[in-house]
Write a protein that binds this ligand. Structure first.
Ligand code: TYM
Length: 346
C-alpha cells in the first residue's frame, strides 16, 4: 500500500480522524480513511474516533446506533489500527467535544456554513426539515479536531471543505481572542488514488453509504461471490483500457476501476496501466481486480466478524481509549475557556 505523504514525525504532529456509525462501511471509507489510519499510527500520535454525535444528525434507531458504533470500531481494529498505539474511542464518551463545539458555534459565521456543499446534498430539497445538528455538523467536526490541536487529518476528498472550515474557525478564534497560534491550522491528508472512490454504477457519483443501490458499492462485509459479481457488473465503456493515465480523462468508470486497483495494490495508475493497458475489461482486468479485492477485504471482514462476537470487549477498548482522549482534551478545553473569559476553574 502507498503510505500517505506525511512529514517525518517530530513529536509536534498529532493526527485525528473519524468515521460516522451511520451505515455499513464501504471500499471508499476503507481506502479513503482506514488504510491511512493504519499507516499513520506508527509515525505519530493518532486519535481515531467513532463519531456517534455526528451520526444522530440524521435519525438513527438507538439499537442500530450502538451496534454500528461497535462495528466501526471493529472495522478500525480489523483493518489494522492497534488500540494500544492509536487512541480509539466513541465521540459521545468525551463530552468536551460538545462543549468546544458550542464555543465554535459562536465563532463560525452563518455565511460559512451556508456554503457547505455536504449540507446541501444531505438536506436535499427540504432543508427546512433537516435537523439543526446537520447544519452545524461541520462546526462539531472542527471541535473534534481542534480539541486535540490535531495538525493532520487523514480523510477522503469529500471532507476537504470541512477541513477548510476547520482552519477558518481556528484562525478566527486565534484572531478574535488575541491568542496567536493557539489552535493550529490543521492540514488534510487527502492525496493518493484512494481519496475519491466512485460508484460502480456511475463514475460521476461518489461511492456512498446512502446510495440506494447496493450494486454501487463494495461493502467491507461483502463475501467473495458478491464482490466478484459487483465487479463483473460494474459499469465500463466499450473501449479497451488505455495505455496512459492521460487517456483515462473523460472515462470516469475506467478511471475509477484503475484507481481502485492502484490504491489496493500500492501502485500508481500508470503502473496498473503498464500491466493492463490495451486489454478489454472483462477477460483479465475485472477478474484480477475482483481477486485483489477479495484478497484484501476477506481477512478484514473475517476479523470484524470475530471482534463483533464480543461486543463487551469492544466497549472496554473504546472506554479505555476515551480515558486517554479525555486526558489530552481536558487541559486544551480548560485553556480555551480561560481564553474566552469563562471564570470556572480559575
Ligand atoms: P464519513 O463517515 O462519511 O466517512 C468516513 C471517511 O471515509 C471517507 N470517504 C471516502 N473516501 C474515498 N472515497 C469515497 N467514496 C469516500 N466516502 C467516504 C471520508 O472522506 C472520511 O474520511 N464528517 C466525517 C466524519 C468526521 C470527521 C471528523 C473526519 C467527523 N469528525 C473529524 C475527520 C476529522 C464523515 O462524515 O465521514
Amino acid at each position: 500500500m502507498t503510505e500517505p505523504a506525511f512529514p517525518v514525525a517530530t513529536g509536534e504532529h498529532r493526527v485525528f480522524s473519524g468515521v460516522q456509525p451511520s451505515g455499513a462501511l464501504h471500499l471508499g471509507n476503507y481506502l479513503g480513511a482506514l488504510v491511512k489510519f493504519v499507516a499513520l499510527q506508527h509515525q505519530t500520535q493518532c486519535l481515531y474516533c467513532v463519531v456517534d454525535l455526528h451520526a444522530i444528525t440524521a435519525w438513527q434507531a438507538p439499537k442500530t446506533l450502538a451496534a454500528q458504533t461497535r462495528e466501526i470500531a471493529a472495522a478500525y481494529f480489523a483493518a489494522g489500527v492497534d488500540p494500544a498505539e492509536a487512541i480509539v474511542f466513541a465521540q459521545s464518551a468525551v463530552p468536551e467535544h460538545s462543549e468546544l463545539a458550542w464555543i465554535f458555534n459562536c465563532v463560525a459565521r452563518l455565511g460559512w456554513l451556508d456554503r457547505m456543499t455536504q449540507f446541501k446534498e444531505k438536506s436535499g430539497k427540504h432543508k427546512e426539515r433537516a435537523s439543526v445538528g446537520l447544519y452545524t455538523y461541520p462546526v462539531l467536526q472542527a471541535a473534534d479536531i481542534l480539541l486535540y490541536k490535531a495538525t493532520h487529518v487523514p480523510v477522503g476528498e469529500d471532507q476537504k471543505q470541512h477541513l477548510e472550515l476547520t482552519r477558518d474557525i481556528a484562525a478566527k478564534f486565534n484572531h478574535d481572542f488575541d491568542a496567536p497560534g493557539f489552535f493550529p491550522l490543521t492540514e488534510a491528508l487527502i492525496e493518493g488514488p484512494g481519496a475519491r472512490i466512485m460508484s460502480l454504477r456511475d463514475g460521476a457519483a461518489k461511492m456512498s453509504k446512502s446510495d440506494p443501490s447496493d450494486q454501487s458499492r463494495i461493502n467491507l462485509t461483502d463475501d467473495a461471490d458478491t464482490i466478484a459479481s459487483k465487479i463483473r457488473r460494474a459499469k465500463t465503456d466499450p473501449l479497451p483500457l488505455p495505455e496512459s493515465v492521460d487517456d483515462l480523462k473523460g472515462r470516469p468508470e475506467a478511471d475509477n476501476l484503475v484507481g481502485i486497483f492502484a490504491a489496493l495494490s500500492g501502485q500508481t495508475k500508470a503502473q496498473v496501466l503498464a500491466s493492463y493497458g490495451g486489454q478489454g475489461f472483462g477477460q483479465i482486468f475485472k477478474p484480477a481486480l475482483a481477486d485483489l479485492l477479495v484478497e484484501r477485504l476477506a481477512p478484514v471482514s473475517a476479523e470484524m466478524r470475530r471482534l463483533m462476537a464480543d461486543p463487551a470487549e469492544i466497549d472496554r477498548t473504546l472506554a479505555a481509549g476515551a480515558q486517554r482522549a479525555r486526558a489530552l482534551a481536558e487541559p486544551i478545553l480548560a485553556e480555551t475557556k480561560r481564553i474566552v473569559g469563562f471564570t470556572a476553574g480559575r
